[in-house]
Design a protein. Structure first.
Length: 282
DNA sequence: TTCCAGGTGGCAT
DNA sequence: ATGCCACATGGA
């Protein structure tokens, strides 16, 4: 079963799935992406058309799933054309205008909270290819088969219960390093106390940066402005901040990008990685 | 070999 | 409240 929708603008699957917000979508040889989210496996392909807007094809999806799952997940309700107009001249250097051109098809996905929590705990002091590998191995080890697509079995992430029942030795093959303890600890806390929605920093392994990522990617709080090494790099090179002046960067982001800080951050993150020759997260 | 990656917890001031 | 530093792992 396949669902198609036309006239989609400000949309590019490479930009969306390779801007560091998610770690589980696999690019196929034909340029499409296969992934599992909300317990469903789908394959997405996008055909560009600058005049009318492109057409998005989602395989293994019907109209109901599209409306209930993928339309919100892909943030198709939000007018990114208008949003980009607001951001384009927000800074005085023209940096944001260039970053927007470079990542014009980025959208902030509405991801599952639990998934963003464990994904970004794993992300600390780690690189994107390794993060993807860890999450993949973790899902195969303790997740459930979500189904099969194109001859390949896809696994869901482990539930909090499954992860809480694991121990360090069980997780050894996932090669999480010192983060394994954080994951188990966090899973136990979720199982015992229910999901803490405020003060995510109470979870082991969640500091200001990870919390900010969860706010942005898991709760769609577009004002959140996560500051990691790449953003520090942008702020330093393109806006003239000292590398360690995180407070200054945060204040600047708030003043300059306001409640769209998170979207601005994604344009900047994707842009600086491109400038440094990092593509396809490899 | 050393450095680095979507940083944080623990400890000393 | 702020400043260090160890921390697992694998690729450059």
């Amino acid at each position: 079963m396949e669902f198609k929708i036309a006239n989609i603008r400000d949309f590019n699957l490479d930009h969306i799935f390779d801007c560091g917000q998610c770690f589980r979508w696999e690019k196929q040889a034909d340029g499409s992406y296969t992934g599992v989210a909300m317990g469903k496996i789908v394959n997405m392909q996008f055909a560009e058309d600058p005049l009318s807007g492109g057409t998005l094809r989602i395989d293994n999806c019907d109209e109901v799933d599209f409306q209930r799952i993928w339309r919100p997940y892909l943030d198709l309700e939000l007018d990114y054309g208008k949003l980009k107009e607001t951001l384009r001249h927000s800074d005085k250097t023209g940096t944001m205008a260039q970053a927007i051109v470079y990542g014009e098809g980025i959208r902030i996905l509405k991801q599952d909270l639990w998934e963003t929590l464990i994904s970004f705990i794993i992300s600390q002091n780690n690189n994107i290819p390794r993060i993807k590998g860890c999450i993949e191995k973790l899902s195969k080890l303790l997740g459930e088969p979500a189904g099969e697509y194109d001859g390949k079995i896809y696994y869901s992430l482990p539930t909090p219960e499954a992860l809480a029942a694991a121990d360090i030795e069980t997780l050894e093959p996932v090669k999480l390093g010192y983060r394994a303890k954080y994951l188990i600890d966090t899973a136990k806390k979720v199982v015992e106390e229910g999901f803490i929605r405020e003060n995510l920093g109470e979870y082991m392994g969640v500091g200001p940066k990870v919390e900010s990522c969860i706010e942005l990617f898991g709760r769609h709080n577009l004002a959140a402005f996560p500051i990691d090494v790449w953003v520090k790099r942008v702020m330093s090179r393109l806006y003239g901040f000292e590398e360690k002046d995180v407070k200054g960067m945060a204040d600047f982001a708030k003043e300059t990008f306001g409640d769209l800080g998170g979207v601005a951050q994604q344009y900047l993150f994707y842009y600086i990685r491109g400038l440094d020759g990092i593509t396809k997260s490899s």
